[in-house]
Design a protein around this ligand. Sequence first.
Ligand SMILES: [Zn+2]
Length: 65
Amino acid sequence: MSNPPPHLTPAELEAWQTAIQEANRHNVFCHCRRCDREWVASNYVACLCGSTDVEYILCWQFPDD
Ligand SMILES: [Zn+2]
């Protein structure tokens, strides 16, 4: 997933890289270790239950399948 498809034009490649960067910036998967709540945020935020014991996973770290 971290390697672009080889047939992209330079413009498409740039768009692809921008999309990846946007995803990293705005799609942080959060999992609260205290109440087990799961959500997607645009930042490293504390859980609604008040716990800061939150696991953060950037979306690009998810496996392809
Ligand atoms: Zn919580």
